[in-house]
Ligand binder design. Structure first.
Ligand code: C5P
Length: 237
């Protein structure tokens, strides 16, 4: 389970990253780098994230023309990202260009290819705000599945989605397609702005490959204890 929990280090403070990295060293393998850390530290964020043997999920949710996203993904690959995401709504050509660029960077630098993920619909959006914001003929769940299939067709390894959508994605994309789920809230944690949520146990039971947890761990009084409680819950599931 240590390999399946990703802790979102949503902070712009290098000292916080340093402290959390040391504190969670024995129980967590993956850290997620968001825009807060990246804007404060730039590429220097990588060594902070990688210390103590951690793997880095670069969560900058790229969404731009194919050429730009290809360069972004290539650059992050060269700098050692182990997982990178982009908005699947950026389109098939954008995701294909990203995959090709990652392949080139891997070949040139002789490094392992990062896991490439498409973001479907953010877990903070529920059905009503989806209808209001997207004016789509599809339901939220149909749109998530559609974007997951597009990401798969483009050659990405998986998607970021709510744990509530694992089942239809699995049905459409099969078992060899990764599903990474934020929107995770243990019973004892506050919901905050997340909407399409489940507990860690439920996400694992539904078949999530990785779960992403931020505030319930990094804002806990004792982040190590919080991470251990979540891991125990995942193991029991
Ligand atoms: O603090 P919390 O557990 O809500 O953190 C979830 C993390 O996952 C945040 O960094 C957020 O940006 C990210 N995320 C998300 N929903 C997505 C994609 C990423 O919550 N669809």
């Amino acid at each position: 389970m240590k390999d399946r929990l990703i802790v979102a280090l949503d902070t712009d403070d290098g000292e916080d990253i340093d402290w959390l990295s040391g504190t969670l060293m024995d129980v967590v393998r993956w850290f997620k780098m968001g825009f807060q850390a990246f804007s404060a530290l730039g590429m220097e964020a990588f060594p902070w994230f990688e210390q103590n043997g951690h793997k880095t999920f670069v969560d900058l949710k790229f969404h731009d023309i194919p050429n730009t996203v290809a360069r972004d993904v290539g650059m992050m690959t060269k700098h050692g990202a182990n997982m990178i995401n982009m908005h699947a709504s950026g389109g098939l050509m954008m995701m294909k260009a990203a995959r090709a660029s990652a392949d080139d960077a891997v070949y040139e630098a002789n490094i392992p290819r990062p896991i490439l993920l498409g973001v479907t619909i953010l877990t903070s959006i529920e059905e009503t705000s989806f209808r209001l914001s997207f004016a789509s003929a599809r339901t939220l769940s149909e749109q998530v599945v559609y974007l997951a299939q597009l990401a798969q067709e483009a050659g990405l390894d998986g998607v970021v989605a709510s744990p509530l959508e694992i089942e239809p994605i699995r049905k459409a994309c099969g078992d060899n397609f990764l599903i990474v789920t934020p929107g995770i809230r243990p019973e004892w944690a506050e919901t905050g702005d997340q909407r399409r949520i489940t507990t860690p146990a439920e996400a694992i039971n539904r078949g999530a490959d990785y779960i992403v947890v931020g505030r319930p761990i990094i804002e806990a009084e004792d982040p190590l204890e919080a991470a251990e409680m979540i891991l125990d819950e995942m193991r029991e599931a």
